[in-house]
Design a protein around this ligand. Sequence first.
Ligand code: RNT
Ligand code: ZN
Length: 430
Amino acid sequence: MYTYQNPETIEKTYSLAKGLYAAYGINTDKVIRFAADIPVSIHCWQGDDVTGFEGASELSGGGIIATGNYPGRARNGDELRADAEFAFSLIPGKKRFNLHSMYAETTGLRSSGKKVPRDELDPEHFKNWMAWSKKKKIPLDFNPSLFAHPMADSGFTLSSANPKIRDFWIRHCKASRNIAAAFGANQGSPSVVNTWIPDGSKDLPADRLSPRLRLRDSLDAIFDVKLDAKIITDAVESKLFGIGSESYVVGSHEFYLGYAASKQIRLCLDTGHFHPTETIADKISSTLLFVPGLLIHFSRGVRWDSDHVVTYSDDLRDVCREIVRQKCLDRIDFALDFFDASINRIAAWVIGSRSMRKGLLEAMLEPVKLLTDAEKAGRNHERLALMEEFKTLPFNAVWDKLCLEANVPVGTGWLDNVAEYEKRVLCNRI
Ligand code: RNT
Ligand code: ZN
């Protein structure tokens, strides 16, 4: 149904675009290679609405929610891996895959089919994932799961006033770092392990301090175990509010900024975790002065939700431009974080991932030097005029060429592949 442009037309259009960019000193051939080479960590949880393999029928608790019931949710590791592989075939550029601990495969192992408590998980429960990662050359990242669990029902985990609950989650986070370290050793490069907790309260707390003191101490206990930076990168993620934690979130931005700076670990900024008009673009240059690096969760906030499918929005483009302008790509881990159960989940992955890569490509095509030269010379009218002009350079021709080179469908061609997979595979899962 959707026609592919023929490669000849793409090449022709590209060569015209290439000339225009060259006039501003940009070598598009080179940029295509660099932009495709930046790893983006694709989150496994879009594939199954953050349900995991622990026997839950849907995501529950933790202040996050996946709404919708489009058919075809992946129900186990094999389905999730198959769906991810298929999505990868439609997404250009270097990819990683991001797992949560709730995606452990514990049946048939020493537990002999018994549920393994989250605080007893170990790398063995991820051996299918590691084998797949190695075979497909897709490095893995990791997250402890501190939600959708009876021990999280009070709304507090690492900051709970109950030492039993706190200790359970401390053990879980320690176990998670060990699993990430095993991923790192398996793939020969660090696995990024990101800690996000839902802790907070619906209504006004009288004591905002005590939970934060407890969270600090719990994190200290977790990060006191030193692991080799060659195999693991630690990050901590803040949030403004969640469903049921509207009035107070223990792990706020200020909390984690301070914590990450004091421990010299990565700060995770999720684009959906700030006030609706607040963007993280302006936070990059400040935070990077004090933390070793950033993990960015690209997401899209819509009203109260922070997890809509990523689009090629001004927000995303600003963040990408900012990173490229500062030349700090090597200190940023790019990751996606959204979950929409109301549309084809593979399409959601593809749309978000392609938009992310578009943002990176566009940012790398910007003739930054011309902007900074104008700025240094005090010609700010020129700076503004150039910024405006650069927005409408024939970017799409370069994007199409990147897709062509990456051997993935150009334009909307991938929708046909998704329709075919839906019919052949997803519709049989009902
Ligand atoms: C929640 C955080 C967190 C989760 C995933 C599932 O608000 O953004 O990153 O989305 O870990
Ligand atoms: Zn996130």
